[in-house]
Design a protein around this ligand. Structure first.
Ligand SMILES: Cc1cc2nc3c(=O)[nH]c(=O)nc-3n(C[C@H](O)[C@H](O)[C@H](O)COP(=O)(O)OP(=O)(O)OC[C@H]3O[C@@H](n4cnc5c(N)ncnc54)[C@H](O)[C@@H]3O)c2cc1C
Length: 394
């Protein structure tokens, strides 16, 4: 039996079969065949989710065979992309057509459909998640029907599918809203925790992208911040905490290397609760978890209207907390989660959390609409696994 593991190694499974269709036609055949024999089916991107979204003992579909561009339309600032395309390969392909993604996250290892299916995001107060860059997608439902969805065609399914955890079908193509190719100027610098918070609103306002890392071992002195700034880069010992200032193509600036494996919890919080929540997590780490050396990341995200998006209906701050992959994280993350939940946080779907259907339904005004669409397109639950049954209450 084949084995599958996610990036951190925290999720493993033994699917009956891992299928890698080489074309959309093969994918449709595969899904129809699974439907005929009543097999359950999950689809994986690059396995970079920390939660067991992809785990299955049924058929695990990989779209690694569906890469690259279907078509680009530079005049309309759009491109249609095969859903298995890795983000790291997409940058060059789009640039050749004079195009670039509006925003990206911290890494570019994900598959496009994998990234949008959990609402993967970068930072920027006026910028939505990658899911908000989607203007159309093709869905192969559990029955093997092919649906082209957009705001004009199957709008309800489209709204649900933009963040859908692989529960509505296999996305085979994605049409993205893009920008004319652009460069970014990145600066990183260090400042004190208090100064960082004092300048937070201004920095968020004045930078297209702004984020910072609070590094516990340096507490007061070294939150590491990133964005546009007029400040000089620091000299001497502190300089090792900052990257060299650089200007490059946008898709080369956004991602960074993640050499060490970790586990992560991240919640999306109402923007005005962000700094209070951060201070509470910092206090928790000082008092109860002084041995944790991994930084906290603080980012911003624009409100959107996607039914299962953690940024649904509100300006958002995301706070991410990490622990080394080889160390236990459960009590630490449980205490952090309690703080996030106290501030009405919504979990990142791909990062560790313990919320179940009842709690999630309270956090999402459009929960029932999503579940209605899900039951409509997958009435038999062929696309559910144990984790999704807990999330959706099935
Ligand atoms: C080192 C690291 C850094 C990260 N940085 C960020 C970050 O900066 N911002 C952020 O928001 N998140 C971040 N994440 C989380 C990550 O972006 C998400 O978990 C993302 O969903 C992973 O993409 P993937 O391609 O690996 O998808 P997977 O984890 O393989 O799958 C995720 C979901 O997508 C579904 N899916 C995959 N392909 C398809 C398809 N073709 N059709 C339908 N459903 C599909 C799966 O069924 C599953 O539900 C990071 C994770 C890691 C490990």
């Amino acid at each position: 039996m084949p084995q599958w593991a996610n990036w951190s190694g925290g999720v493993t499974c033994t699917p009956q079969r891992i299928a890698t269709p080489a074309s959309e036609a093969e994918l449709i055949d595969l899904v129809r065949q699974a439907a005929r024999i009543g097999a359950t089916l999950r689809v994986a991107g690059s396995g970079h989710s920390f939660t067991p979204l992809c785990a299955t003992d049924g058929v695990l579909v990989s779209l690694d065979g569906l890469q690259g561009l279907v078509a680009a339309d530079p005049a309309a600032h759009q491109a249609t992309v095969w859903a298995g395309a890795k983000l790291y390969a997409l940058g060059d392909l789009l640039w050749e057509h004079g195009l670039a993604q509006v925003n990206m996250g911290d890494i570019d290892r994900q598959a496009l459909a994998g990234a949008i299916s959990t609402g993967t995001h970068g930072t920027g107060r006026t910028l939505g998640s990658l899911s908000t860059q989607v203007v159309g997608l093709r869905l192969v439902t559990a029955a093997g029907d092919v649906l082209d969805c957009s705001p004009a065609h199957e709008p309800a399914i489209f709204k649900a599918a933009q963040v859908s955890l692989g529960s509505l079908g296999v996305i085979s193509q994605v049409t993205l809203r893009l920008l004319p190719a652009y460069y970014l100027h990145e600066r990183t610098w260090v400042t004190s925790f208090d100064e960082c918070l004092a300048q937070l609103a201004e920095q968020i306002e004045n930078n297209r992208h702004f984020e910072f890392f609070w590094v516990p071992e340096h507490d007061e002195r070294l939150p590491l911040v990133k964005g546009y700034t007029d400040q000089e880069p620091p000299q001497g010992r502190l300089a090792r905490y900052v990257r060299e200032e650089r200007i490059d193509r946008s898709y080369r600036i956004f991602p960074s290397e993640r050499a060490l494996k970790f586990n992560e919890i991240e919640f999306a919080l109402p923007a005005d609760a962000g700094s209070t929540c951060l201070c509470e997590v910092r206090q928790l780490m000082h008092t109860r978890y002084p041995d944790v050396v991994w930084p906290i990341e603080y980012r911003t995200l624009a409100a959107d209207d996607l039914w299962l998006s953690p940024a649904y209906g509100r300006e958002t701050v995301t706070i991410s907390v990490h622990q080394a992959a080889e160390l236990p994280y459960q009590p630490f993350f449980a205490d952090v989660e309690a703080i996030f939940r106290n501030h009405h946080g919504r979990p990142h779907w791909g990062k560790i959390h313990s919320l179940t259907a009842r709690e999630l339904a309270e956090l999402y005004p459009t929960w029932d609409q999503f579940q209605g669409v899900r039951r409509q397109v997958d009435p038999g639950g062929a696309l559910l696994n144990d984790h999704l049954r807990v999330l959706f209450g099935r």
